[in-house]
Every structure is written in C-alpha cells, then in structure tokens.
Ligand binder design. Structure first.
Ligand SMILES: Nc1nc2c(ncn2[C@@H]2O[C@H](COP(=O)(O)OP(=O)(O)OP(=O)(O)O)[C@@H](O)[C@H]2O)c(=O)[nH]1
Length: 336
C-alpha cells in the first residue's frame, strides 16, 4: 500500500449475537483518539433496539435495518458509503457493525468489486468480537447441509480477534477457546479484553486485511454471484408497546424464562418505559446472562427530547414461541 494512500479506512466489526460489538463501538466513540469516525449499523430482527444502545456523540451513525447487510442490503450499504464520501467534511475512519448472524465475507467483498468505492476506501480490517463464555458452543454447532455456521465464518475471516468477556471464564476455559479459535484461524492476532476496552490504535487504521489470504480461505471471495444460506431456524420475535413496564414483574418473568429457555434464546434486549417514573431502562440478555441498567443511576442515557417513550423488546434464537413471549411480556405492562 503506498505511503501517501489518501483513502479512508473501513473496519468491519463482526462477532456472534451479544459478543460485545456495540460495546466496542461505544468504546471507540467515547475514546479520546481525535479521529472522526462514522458508524454504519445493521441489526437483526423485527424490532430495532440498537439505535437506543449506542452512545450519543457528535459522530455520525447510520442505521440499516431493512434486512441483512450480507444478503439483501448491500445496495443500501453502497448508497450510504457513497453519501459519506460526497460530504465536504471527511471522516478519518468508517466502522461497519454487522449483525451477529452476518457472514462478513460478502460485506468485505463490497470494497473490492465496486470501482468507485475502491478508489476512495480501503478495507482496513475485519475485527471479530468473540464472547469468551458463549462462542465455544456456537462454533461447535452442527448446521444443516449447505447452511453456514456464522460464528465459524466470523472467526475464519477475522484479521484480529477481540477475545471479550474474559471476566466470565476461568483461565482453562479461555485456553480451550483460544485453541478452538486457532484451529479455525491461526493467522489473526487475539487480544483479550473486558467490555471491549482495547487501545483504539490496536483496532483502527491497522492495515490488517489481506485479500490474498481471504481468497485463499474462500476461493469464491470475489464472486459477486456467490450464494450463502443462513440458518433459517434462528428467528426473532419483536415486541413494541406504548405502555410502561412493571420492572420487578418483567425481571421475575425474564429470569425464569432465560433460566429455562436460555439455551435457545441466544439474545434478548430491550428499551423500557417504567411505570410511574421518568426512567429509561435497558435490558440486555445473552443466553442466561442478563442485566438491567437504568437512567436513574446514570448507567444508561435517559429519554432524549423527541424520542418516543415506549417499550420495545426483541428475542433472537431458535424455537421461539411467539405467543408465549408476547403474552409474557405484555403481562408485565402496567395498567393505565
Ligand atoms: N461481563 C461482561 N459483559 C460484557 C462484556 N462486554 C459486553 N458485555 C455485555 O454483553 C451484552 C451484549 O453486549 P453488546 O455490545 O450489546 O453485544 P453485541 O455484539 O452488540 O450484540 P448484538 O448486536 O445483539 O449481536 C451487554 O449486556 C454488555 O454489557 C464483558 O467483557 N464482560
């Protein structure tokens, strides 16, 4: 790459559901690195929640929620990138957060097949955030014939792996996972972290993506007609209600639900109105791990001016019973 390369670096942040991608984005947005960073977000599921989970900054955040970035919305991605490039004020870096179920390869391909983008942007790195507690079991999952294991693809294409949530595992569990990761990708550097707190210089502007390596791993990497199939047994149930929640009841219900069904419910998250209060509560669940944070103690932002005060929630996983989940949630809405 020439020294005077003026092109803008693009980083793809991938990693399975709940691994810590948004946590990493928030860390990058809050860190003091002096770079102007544009964020492009793609979220899986019928009800979007992530827009309310990203910290508020002066940086630009673009949502793409009309489908999966690696399949149907590549056109949208190209349009957003084009818009960004036409701005007078330029960004120092562009970061794309894919959904936890995306294959990063078709997203990466965008930067090699579109002539206009190629002239102005380069793919700096594919960063894979790995959940030290849950990734191992997702890597082991056997998928139906012809269906990709997304978590394996995400590790395989990584230029750097952020082994996140090391606070939740023992040193032995961590070593076993690193072995498994090395079995899939022995080239990528692995850095351990908690809450994705890494030195931003280690993740942005690192020039780690190597096209020849990607093509070696996947001969069809540059084939725009190439097809991939998602695991259609993984679906989402989104719920949106104008009402406020009785948080204690919701907590009791979710605790019991995730304790019994948390193997199949990979991810749950929501932004909630609270009965009798101005609070804004954020719920985050990854399998059986759950946490609730409230604006009342400053752990999450309060309602923004003009923001619709409502409760929205999403479950992502396998064998989801829409009726049970919707009714269970609605039963915790406070009476008017
Ligand atoms: N204990 C622990 N929790 C973490 C760590 N990093 C992130 N989390 C929590 O994990 C949950 C999921 O984090 P996110 O950053 O939203 O994960 P994500 O990959 O963006 O999730 P999706 O976009 O839904 O795929 C949140 O509750 C985080 O606070 C960590 O290092 N340790």
């Amino acid at each position: 790459m020439p020294e005077d390369d003026r092109r803008t670096p693009v980083t793809i942040v991938t990693g399975f559901l709940g691994a810590g991608k948004t946590t990493l984005i928030n860390h990058i947005l809050k860190a003091n690195h002096g770079k102007r960073v544009a964020i492009i977000e793609n979220e899986f599921g019928e009800v979007g929640v992530d827009d309310g989970l990203v910290v508020e900054t002066k940086e630009e955040i673009f949502e793409m929620n009309n489908g999966c970035i690696c399949c149907t919305v590549r056109g949208d991605l190209i349009r957003i990138l084009g818009k960004l490039l036409n701005r007078r004020e330029r960004f120092d870096a562009i970061v794309i957060e894919t959904t936890g179920l995306a294959d990063p390869a078709p997203v990466a391909q965008t930067f090699f097949v579109d002539d206009e983008l190629k002239e102005q942007l380069y793919l700096d790195a594919i960063l894979t955030v790995a959940d030290a507690k849950h990734l191992g079991s997702h890597l082991d999952e056997v998928k139906p014939e012809g269906v990709e294991n997304e978590s394996v693809e995400q590790v395989a294409f990584a230029d750097k792996i952020l082994l996140n949530k090391v606070d939740l595992v023992t040193p032995q569990e961590k070593l076993a996972l690193v072995d498994k990761i090395r079995g899939i990708n022995s080239r990528a550097a692995v850095i351990e972290c908690v809450h994705a707190r890494v030195d931003v210089g280690e993740v942005l502007g690192i020039r780690a993506f190597d096209l020849s390596v990607a093509c070696e791993f996947d001969e069809e990497f540059l084939d725009v007609e190439g097809e991939h199939r998602h695991d259609e047994t993984v679906t989402s149930v989104g719920i949106r209600v104008p009402g406020a929640m009785v948080v204690s009841e919701l907590n009791t219900w979710l605790t019991s639900l995730l304790r019994t069904k948390g193997t199949d419910i990979f991810r749950s998250k929501g932004i909630l109105r609270v009965a009798g209060s101005d609070e804004r509560v954020v719920f985050q669940g990854v399998h059986m791990t759950m946490e609730m944070a409230s604006s009342a103690n400053g752990k999450v932002a309060g309602w923004k001016e003009g923001e619709t005060r409502e409760s929205r929630f999403i479950f992502i996983g396998r064998n989801l019973d829409r009726e049970e989940l919707t009714e269970g949630f609605r039963a915790c809405v406070a009476p008017e």
